[in-house]
Design a protein around this ligand. Structure first.
Ligand SMILES: Cc1cc2nc3c(=O)[nH]c(=O)nc-3n(C[C@H](O)[C@H](O)[C@H](O)COP(=O)(O)OP(=O)(O)OC[C@H]3O[C@@H](n4cnc5c(N)ncnc54)[C@H](O)[C@@H]3O)c2cc1C
Length: 403
């Protein structure tokens, strides 16, 4: 029988961050992490394309919460206690230098997730956190004074239990057995599959300022758009996938979107095109891109508006001008399925947030049972916010547990 003061199930981002902080804040506690894999921190390893986007340069709690489609309301209080600036200070205090990129994402200066992993492994060792690999938790029971965990390597007992198992269906099932409710898990942060002649031959093209609406819904977003080999990606799409995670799952990822490639109204665009007709007169429409659109995309939209490669601006009739304005501001694309965004993906769903005390991240149903990270029904758009949720929850739970 193995007895601990604190056991953390899951040696991922939240589990390690919590374990280190608990042991550091109260060195008298015997702390263990039970990790089912032969190594931990596997998602940290592959995160941010192998660079680990640890957090995001948004330092105002009221602004930061807006990046969380699920958890926005609940994270406000926790962010006042531990957020992005604290994360940066935490890592830098432990020798990990960070850098802020132009789009706000924060990475280790080494551009390697191994730096974060090495930091966690060193800190866990230094603070005597026992990390037990190849330990898969099979059941969780409440005894009179303790929690009993049965694993593939025997039973463990602990006074306080922190669950940091990420999006793991088996653990969610066990938690249902403890009367917690689980919001149905569905993928978030995915790209859209689109087969359409307008984008078929132009993978790699980026339109910088795009607005997109999902038709027959209230979902809309803005930002850069990337044409890929199978459809569309980049922030404008990823935001829709996060905010629409539940809605888009319901329609089995078959829906239509309206893309405004230039973020102007149809009417404004038409006025501009009419002016161009006057000024560009004998120039061919096809050859010279307008509205700062990438040339290859412009050409595709011109052809889609039934304007030939040799037509001049002076030749354009009313219908062609309108058709081009439509392609530029209200282009409809049919989405049929989704693909994985390789840099980052998460699961929407998890432990119902009403059952958590967000002052401590303790269960409202069971004393001495805590949660942190993706096991909760919290997830964010891409950019370092998902890890920030893990660090914040783990830090606040650690503070309460170590008391
Ligand atoms: C490819 C990819 C890239 C990403 N990049 C980024 C990024 O750059 N920035 C960002 O903010 N977010 C990123 N994310 C999201 C981020 O990785 C997660 O939100 C974060 O890892 C969640 O941390 P966690 O500790 O809750 O769960 P996890 O990191 O998933 O850890 C859970 C751990 O629990 C263990 N476990 C599960 N069940 C059991 C069990 N029964 N017994 C024992 N152990 C168990 C698992 O093996 C795992 O090690 C990325 C995700 C992916 C998939």
């Amino acid at each position: 029988m193995k007895q601990f003061n604190v056991i953390i199930i899951g040696g991922g981002a939240a589990g390690f961050f919590a374990g280190i902080n608990i042991a550091e804040q109260n060195p008298n506690l015997k702390v263990a992490i039970l990790e089912r894999g032969k190594e931990g921190l596997q998602k940290v390893k592959i995160s941010g394309g192998g660079r680990c986007n640890v957090t995001h340069a948004e330092f105002i709690p009221n602004e930061l919460v807006h990046y969380y489609p699920r958890g926005e309301k609940e994270l406000l209080g926790p962010f006042h206690k531990f957020m992005t600036g604290d994360t940066m200070a935490w890592f830098e205090k432990r020798g990990v230098n960070l850098k802020i990129e132009e789009d706000g994402r924060i990475f280790p200066v080494t551009d390697s997730s191994q730096t974060i992993i090495d930091c966690f492994l060193n800190e866990a060792k230094k603070n005597k956190v026992e990390v037990l690999y190849n330990h898969s938790v099979k059941s969780i029971k409440k005894t009179e004074n303790d929690w009993q965990l049965d694993t593939n390597q025997g039973s463990f007992f602990t006074e306080k239990l922190l669950i940091a198992t990420g999006s793991n269906p088996k653990i969610w099932k066990l938690l249902e057995g403890l009367n917690h409710t689980i919001s149905k898990p569905v993928p978030s942060l995915f790209t859209f599959n689109i087969k359409d002649s307008r984008i078929k031959d132009i993978p790699g093209v980026v339109a910088q300022k795009v607005a997109i609406k999902v038709l027959a819904s209230r979902l809309e977003s803005e930002g850069p758009l990337l044409i890929t080999h199978v459809g569309m990606s980049a922030p404008a799409i990823l935001k829709l996938s996060a905010y629409g995670a539940l809605e888009l799952a319901k329609c089995d990822y078959k829906f239509s979107i309206e893309v405004n490639f230039i973020k102007r109204s149809f009417e404004n665009c038409l006025v501009n095109l009419k002016a161009l007709k006057q000024t560009l007169n004998k120039k061919t429409v096809f050859k010279f891109s307008q509205f700062d659109l990438p040339k290859r995309l412009w050409k595709q939209l011109v052809l889609a508006a039934d304007i030939s490669e040799t037509t001049t601006w002076a030749d354009l009739n009313k219908n062609q001008l309108e058709a081009l304005a439509l392609q530029l501001t209200k282009a409809i694309f049919k989405v049929d399925g989704k693909s994985t965004f390789k840099e980052e993906f998460v699961t929407a769903g998890g432990v119902n947030l009403k059952e958590i005390n967000f002052k401590t991240f303790e269960s409202k149903l069971h004393k001495n049972l805590y949660f942190a990270g993706e096991v909760l029904n919290i997830d964010a758009v891409t950019g370092g916010f998902n890890f920030q949720n893990a660090w914040t929850g783990a830090f606040i739970a650690a503070k309460s547990i170590s008391k």
